[in-house]
Design a protein around this ligand. Structure first.
Ligand code: AVJ
Length: 309
């Protein structure tokens, strides 16, 4: 579905919703980068700690005795965290890195960061994940796919399973998946990570509306919406919503339709699922992948799984 269709379908539904990828215009990308440095947002720091302190173990498992390795990273962005692992891998074998992202500017930064690394060739792919996975399927030799940062959490379990099935097909047999997933923990810690004291996450959430205003000639008034983060127990996910502060009408001129919102009605903008080993093992095995190793930070807030096709 196109972004236009996603917006039309989502805002016409009974529970209004928007796809989380629409957070990421230029300002949205900047706000997310700011989120990753917030005291409450432990995810990025915990995953970086795992990569930093356990890079040798991970590199050892991924390379075994291989003389060369091809690594594809889904949603790589600037590859700020994965470069820790890429440098460790490039010490052991000839490495080709395929960072995938729809944001070509972020991939530029990635290429600049990794230039002049001996034994590392970078081949950026400006495209959607699905397309990249089918291109990577034709790459021969030892392979690994990185899907880190708990990006999997934006997907429902059905969507996650189907993405992991494509990963499995792209890897062929013997390839590795490196999967970063946030762990279930006390609800207060989770809620604070998505509703920080400085209000950066609130700005990030509201920015989806100004992105839609710019892109689809809509007239959302951001002052008439409030950020809300809730825990959905049955989905085991944090949900972000935008709460309409009054009864209002919004016109989406380019899309040729208008919506009405009641006071207190919400637009669901993101789900961030949280995992334990059982949920991950189940998702992996339903996609033909076997969990090989689990790595955690010292506080056990986050986990990196290594799975094998
Ligand atoms: C980029 C999807 C991993 O779910 O934690 C951060 C996005 N949303 N704060 C997450 C996000 C609000 C983030 N992911």
């Amino acid at each position: 579905m196109s972004a236009e269709e996603d917006v039309r379908e989502g805002l016409s539904a009974k529970q209004k919703h928007l796809p989380a990828y629409l957070f990421y215009d230029e300002r949205g990308g900047q706000l997310f980068t700011q989120i990753t440095t917030l005291p409450e947002y432990y995810l990025t720091r915990a995953e970086r700690e795992i990569f930093t302190t356990q890079q040798d173990e991970i590199a050892e498992l991924l390379t075994a005795d291989a003389k060369q390795l091809s690594v594809l990273e889904l949603g790589a962005g600037s590859a700020e965290k994965s470069q820790i692992l890429l440098k460790a891998l490039a010490k052991r074998c000839a490495l080709t890195f395929y960072p995938v992202d729809v944001d070509s500017a972020a991939l530029q930064v990635c290429c600049t960061n990794l230039a002049q690394q001996p034994s590392l060739r970078v081949s950026p792919m400006v495209m959607q994940n699905q397309e990249a996975l089918s291109v990577f399927q034709r790459v021969s030799g030892p392979k690994a796919i990185f899907f880190i940062g708990s990006s999997i959490g934006n997907l429902s379990d059905d969507e996650a399973r189907s993405l992991l099935q494509s990963v499995r097909a792209s890897l062929g047999s013997g390839g590795f998946l490196l999967l970063g997933a946030d762990q279930t923990k006390d609800i207060q810690t989770l809620l604070r990570a998505y509703d920080d004291a400085q209000g950066v996450t609130a700005q990030f959430n509201l920015n989806i509306l100004s992105h839609i205003n710019q892109r689809f000639g809509a007239n959302f008034d951001l002052s008439r919406f409030a950020h809300r983060a809730i825990w959905n127990e049955s989905a085991r996910a944090i949900e972000m919503h935008l709460v309409s502060q009054q009864t209002q009408q919004v016109d989406l001129t380019t899309l040729g339709f208008s919506i009405r919102l009641q006071a207190g009605e919400t637009i669901h903008t993101e789900s961030c699922a949280k995992y334990d080993e059982r949920r991950i093992t189940h998702l992996l095995s339903s996609a033909g992948l076997t969990r090989h190793a689990t790595l955690q930070d010292t506080k056990k807030q986050f986990a990196v799984y290594l799975a094998r096709a």
